[in-house]
Design a protein around this ligand. Sequence first.
Ligand code: NAP
Ligand code: ZN
Ligand code: ZN
Length: 349
Amino acid sequence: MTASKSYAAGSAKASLAPFSFERRDPREHDVVIDIQYCGVCHSDIHQARDEWGGATFPMVPGHEIAGVVAAVGSKVTKHKVGDKVGVGCFVDSCRTCTSCQRGLEQYCTNGATWTYNAKDKDGATTYGGYSDKIVVDENYALRMPKNLPLDACAPLLCAGITLYSPLKHWQAGPGKKVAIVGMGGLGHMGVKIAHALGAEVTVLSHTLKKIDDGKRMGANHFYATSDRATFPKLKGYFDLIVNTVSADVDWNEYLKLLRVDGTMVLVGLPEKPLSVGAFSLTGGRHSLAGSAIGGIGETQEMLDFCDQHKIACDIEVIPIQKINEAYERVLKSDVRYRFVIDMASLKSR
Ligand code: NAP
Ligand code: ZN
Ligand code: ZN
């Protein structure tokens, strides 16, 4: 076992604070990763505050992990010491169920092993990326883009793939009108990726404050949802709406923005159950769907796509000592557009 430094939440009401624990010794197929950067996802806040229930403490959040391979087990073939690698939201899965066989490990019917706030196959608690190192099976580590800065690529491991997967699945591309609702960590990646796929992109944001950024990232149109004229104006317009909002909104209003046969995909995870009227769906053969991150193969495809199209995240790098302040700022939508922790700061605590 190796001692690892981290920041952890001791309870749902506690601030994150320094915490030490042990990582397992590498097995034959494990890689040991020196974590250099870790993105701060809104899901980290939901879980550290136990907003989804069932949280276990102490909890070391973090599932947008980017670093360098420091050591490899004797049978590792996919990565070598010195490689830039990443780890996303899960570190293992059963590998045999239909979902795993289809490369949809995130939907593993036996339950994927989440990167933190979970138990691994041996029953040990998993600890995430707000730490100096992680030990993970080579099959669950990704090759990071070669031509882009590692810090700005860390959030691709969750925010990037969470938007790439539904955009690909529902065929965003030339001739398709796509709306991205909420321009936060996930949403801003949705704008960049949908634009790179060739779709016409519209951002639906609270206000017009982020309009210049949205247009710079590739949005063709940008509307404020606080302006009541927006909804009647865009009625029946979109082929696809990807909703990243983490709060309870009037879902029926958004469904009316779909054209006949259009789909709204939820990726945001508000605490409350949705309230949807049947007429919002039957009125235009509309589909309401959900999507979670992406499988290992698709995540690698997304990283390669981003490398090729020079797409990285807009980030604000922080030392880990500022994590509690960063959480408060995410809750106020006061981040352009993702916080990334520089893990070198752990050494200076
Ligand atoms: P974020 O950076 O906080 O962005 C959320 C955005 O939603 C905000 O920037 C804001 O955009 C909008 N918003 C926030 N509060 C709102 C309100 N009360 N009414 C309307 N709009 C509001 O969060 P994130 O990291 O992108 O995550 C978003 C959600 O996705 C979270 O619930 C997270 O847990 C979930 N998530 C899901 C997956 C998945 O696999 N499905 C993966 C990662 C995260 P504007 O300022 O533009 O309005
Ligand atoms: Zn996430
Ligand atoms: Zn499985």
